[in-house]
Design a protein around this ligand. Structure first.
Ligand SMILES: *Cc1c(COP(=O)(O)O)cnc(C)c1O
Length: 386
């Protein structure tokens, strides 16, 4: 389906709302019925009609159609956060006694679910280095029901060969889930490569303006209905109409924002690679990246997230660099209009800082929509101060 059609028209029945170009925010909790039998039908299948906004809502429906089409999937569900999307997708596919194989160091709250919550219900997780397909072959057990992927990882940028993992899992009847937040469906479509559930934090690029927290999963209609009928309705973590509307608005400019970010990123990566204070730039679409060939094969582009290793043996120097930036802010999250940094050492007690450990000197940089020149000038003066 044409990207322009998806973003501008799909799902939008404008004649139903006065030919307004922008869709209405259907801010209602419930929907009225005239016929007892129609109410009964809505009870039987809440996903196919409007009954109550913890389930489906017309503003949300427009968004779901667009997000499913973007992913090349049959259907999509939208949650109140990326973390809620992860929780529902995983929980729906495990029961007591089951086993999960996950890539190591997945998103913090995915890992928290695997380490803290699921063990309470007798579900065990094995972490593997997902860069080698053999590691998946070795880690699965007869009771493995889920393989959890994140490609690229949002800190290490490690990739998995999505087609190979999907083919292996299909053969074994294991459900595959892939966190696709880094690429968005514009740059990578896991479902088209055979992954069962693609998920993303819509807080990042879909929203794109740092004003909404949301998450998406997509896959077959059967899988989405299974999740909708249990976890989605029961946890009640579906997105509210106003936030759904903000995501529709974000989608309109998604490709153009990504295009700008991609251009800026290649300029800033070049700058950083040539800076004497930078030991290493980690970015999956740079030829120096160990999995560059795989990245080119399965991704149509990268985003504005990259990591540098600061060349220094002093924590103070990293701190000075970070605190000297005038325009790039220090904050979590990414995918918005504004450029951000997070130094790894913020999560390490100063007395434990060890410059021999490369990770301790890492700074994650997110490049937003400011011009490359503006950002390079800011980085340059901060390196000067550091
Ligand atoms: C932010 C993020 C999430 C979680 O999304 P929230 O919307 O913050 O709950 C999941 N995965 C990745 C890779 C993320 O960066």
């Amino acid at each position: 389906m044409d990207l322009s059609y998806i973003l501008n028209e799909l799902g939008e029945e404008r004649s139903q709302y006065f030919n307004a170009v922008a869709p209405p925010i259907m801010q209602t909790s419930n929907f009225a019925f005239r016929k007892v039998d129609e109410l009964g039908k809505a009870f039987d299948d809440e996903m196919s009609g409007y009954l109550y906004s913890r389930g489906i809502n017309p503003t949300l429906d427009i968004l779901r159609q667009k997000l499913a089409a973007l992913d090349g999937a049959e259907d999509a569900l939208v949650f109140n956060s990326g973390a809620a999307a992860i929780f529902a997708a995983v929980l729906a596919n495990v029961k007591t006694g089951d086993h999960i194989v996950s890539v190591k160091s997945p998103y913090t709250w995915a890992q928290r679910m695997f380490d803290v919550i699921l063990p309470r219900f007798g579900v065990e997780t094995t972490y593997i280095d997902g860069t080698q397909i053999e590691n998946f072959h070795q880690a699965v057990r007869p009771n493995t029901t889920v393989i959890y992927l994140e490609s690229p990882n949002s800190w290490s940028y490690a990739l998995q060969d999505l087609r190979a993992v999907a083919a292996f899992a299909r053969e074994k009847g294991i459900v595959t889930i892939c966190d696709n937040s880094y690429c968005t469906p514009v740059y990578q479509r896991p479902v088209e490569m055979g992954i069962d559930i693609s998920l993303q934090s819509a807080t990042k690029y879909i929203g794109g303006h740092s004003d909404v927290v949301a998450g998406v999963i997509s896959g077959s209609h059967a899988m989405m209905k299974k999740i909708f009928d249990s976890e989605y309705l029961n946890i009640g973590s579906g997105i509210q109409p106003f936030n759904a509307w903000l995501l529709i608005r974000g989608l309109r400019t998604l490709p153009i924002r990504l295009k700008q970010v991609t251009e800026t990123t290649s300029r800033v990566v070049e700058y950083l690679k040539n800076h004497p204070k930078v030991e290493e730039v980690i970015f999956p679409l740079d030829p120096s990246f160990p999995q560059y060939e795989l990245a080119k094969k399965q991704m149509d582009g990268g985003c504005g997230l990259l990591t540098i290793v600061y060349k220094t043996d002093s924590r103070k120097e990293i701190v000075r660099f970070c605190e000297s930036l005038q325009h790039m802010m220090m904050a979590v999250s990414w995918g918005g209009h504004e450029s951000l940094i997070i130094p790894r050492c913020a999560g390490i007690k100063p007395e434990h800082f060890n410059p021999e450990k490369k990770e301790h000197r890492m700074i994650r940089i997110y490049l937003g929509l400011e011009s490359a020149d503006y950002l390079i000038a800011d980085l340059d003066q901060a390196f000067g101060a550091g």
